[in-house]
Design a protein around this ligand. Structure first.
Ligand SMILES: Nc1ncnc2c1ncn2[C@@H]1O[C@H](COP(=O)(O)OP(=O)(O)O)[C@@H](O)[C@H]1O
Ligand SMILES: [Mg+2]
Length: 251
């Protein structure tokens, strides 16, 4: 089932850059979909459109629709705050808040008015467990999140997003600064997360795309070149450009 349907999405920034050209694709529920390809392909732009974070950029022209659960989220009438709660995002560099591990996870819930200790405690354990870091931090929830390693900080940031119980999780190169062990933990967490959520990942390498993708979309200079099932797209790409990229001939 498609959780997200992108229809003929085009976007041009005010400097004239055409970052997305007539992109259409359906993103499956309970699966990891990767958007991959060389830098400048429009992957981050597309991800930021999915939770309207690109509203903050200087955009000259855009057209098309993005349906989430059947609703066009590009409609100006959409409640963007509610949308961003439903569509959580994790960025390349972890930016924990200057507070304890526990408070990092409960911050959003408390902002939303949640005060019940038991509910907050339950959210902390559930979110940190899902983000595959509970065992590493459960005995020191009151220490500062910034004191953790980069890999641990990134998983706390993932937990912070999960605490708000989103339905869709966007991750933009979430492991680009992490060592292989932390990267493996984040990748393993994604495989668990997809059981409950719709996951859209911009991987930091073709190798990571191959390891994590149930479905994969290859972007080149704003165009969707090929989209298909992860395994077949990497082992038997249909387009020459995809093949050249996945076999390392360019990029
Ligand atoms: N906020 C912005 N303002 C102007 N141009 C941008 C902005 N963000 C991205 N771009 C341009 O849009 C193109 C696609 O960028 P991006 O979406 O970041 O691609 P990717 O994530 O695949 O590297 C690039 O040419 C980039 O320079
Ligand atoms: Mg990017």
């Amino acid at each position: 089932m498609h959780k997200i349907i992108i229809e003929s999405l085009s976007l041009q920034y005010s400097d004239g850059t055409e970052s997305l050209r007539d992109v259409s694709l359906g993103i499956h529920q309970n699966a990891v979909t990767v958007l991959f390809g060389p830098a400048g392909g429009g992957k981050s732009t597309l991800l930021r459109c999915l939770n309207r974070l690109n509203d903050l950029a200087e955009v000259k022209a855009s057209s098309g629709r993005i349906l989430i659960d059947g609703e066009n989220i590009l409609d100006p009438k959409v409640d963007v705050i509610a949308l961003r709660r439903k569509v959580g995002m994790v960025f390349a560099r972890p930016v924990p808040l200057p507070m304890s591990i526990r408070d990092n996870v409960t911050y959003g819930l408390e902002l939303a008015g949640e005060k019940r200790r038991a509910t907050l405690d339950e959210a902390v354990e559930r979110s940190l467990t899902l983000a595959a870091i509970w065992d590493e931090v459960k005995d020191r929830l009151d220490t500062l999140a910034v004191a953790l390693s980069g890999g641990q900080q990134q998983r706390v940031c993932l937990a912070r997003v999960l605490a708000l119980q989103p339905e869709i999780i966007l991750l933009d190169e979430p492991t680009s600064g992490l060592d292989p062990i932390s990267t493996g933990k984040v990748e393993a967490a994604l495989q668990e997360l997809k059981k409950e959520y719709t996951v859209v990942l911009v991987p930091h390498s073709v190798q990571q795309a191959g390891r994590t993708a149930d479905h994969a979309a290859f972007f080149l200079q704003g165009e969707l070149i090929e989209y298909g099932e992860g395994k077949s797209l990497f082992t038997a790409p249909k387009q020459k450009k995809t093949e050249d990229y996945v076999t390392g001939r360019f990029g």
